[in-house]
Ligand binder design. Sequence first.
Ligand code: PLP
Length: 384
Amino acid sequence: MTQMEAAFFDHNSTTPLDARVLAVMQPFLSGYHGNPTSRHRFGRTARHAIEEAREQVARSVNVKSSQVIFTASGTEADNHAIFGLTAQFSPAAIAVSSIEHPAVMRPAHMQISKGWKLLKIAVDHQGVIDLDNLDHLLAQDVALVSVMMANNETGTIQPIEEVVKLAKKYGSLVHTDAVQALGKLPIDFASIGANAMTLSSHKVYGPQGAAALILDKRADIAPFIYGGGQERGLRSGTENTAAIVGFGMACELANEALLSRQLHTRALRDQLEQGLSKLGARIFGQEAKRLSNTSFFAFEDIEGETLVMAMDRKGFAIASGSACSSDSIEPSSVLLAMGVDPDFARGAVRVSVGQDNSSEQIATFLTALESEVQRLKQLTAIAV
Ligand code: PLP
């Protein structure tokens, strides 16, 4: 089976490039090759394209274009937010939700060596942040709070407006990682009231290699990369013009298609979860508000990694929730934070559907899954 014939159910990891996005990128990959910093016509063409893309990204989250700082990845924007927003303070505390992506969690951990205290905000059994716990932690001189808008594994949507309200009461800054929310939820940065927000192009049918940090107008943030002074001096380095142009178009398309994508993916996800329940799967975060395209589940006595490989052989690309370290399979830290038993958590797999998936694909997936689950359970029974 070729990659083209397989069904791609892993849109939270990355998305295929939309043909309309590729079309606007093409001239900047071959033909227009100016450096956007150059003053001549080649450079001006690239600069103009980048500024247009900045407008498109800005419009998609209701900010002014001057608030958009382009970066090369969501990971970079998250790192910039954590390091850049805390640079103005002498070491105090940073509070992050216990289900943050490593792109937030790791830089937050790095701050410990510089004398910062790292506080982890608890989540409930559905994976939703515990606001009472946040309120309690905020009493400890918290300079920065970082809570994601939607979780990449479970899809649970966090009450970010409430987080901002609480944090403001204590004078703390707020960053939100909206990488998974973009294109799946309406985002109005101005009305949320956060100080910084991360977006990434390749999760919304745009290219890899472009992302953005959105800043409020008064944000006091230190530069992340020093050099020629691009991106208002905050992120030096020659811009990836083609990728940024594609990102702009992807944001525009995401806004136009938001509702239809939500309806399409919700119908597929509901069809999937009806089937999963019949097969005896436990679905994580099912009672919470979730992204319409995401389902994270496990079967008793089946390793997630094993199921991912078995389904790959059958032509379905899904993800496991565990991370392989050198000599073991670590259960998902998101599920552990939700109080899921580590052995059961090792079984977690994620299906994240997208605009090109169909109901027929879900039906054939469920049939294949049923036979794989039966086969793997028999193997486990023999092994015991
Ligand atoms: N934050 C979240 C919630 C993500 O899901 C991801 C990617 O999976 C990232 C950050 C990192 O984004 P990027 O892949 O653009 O570095």
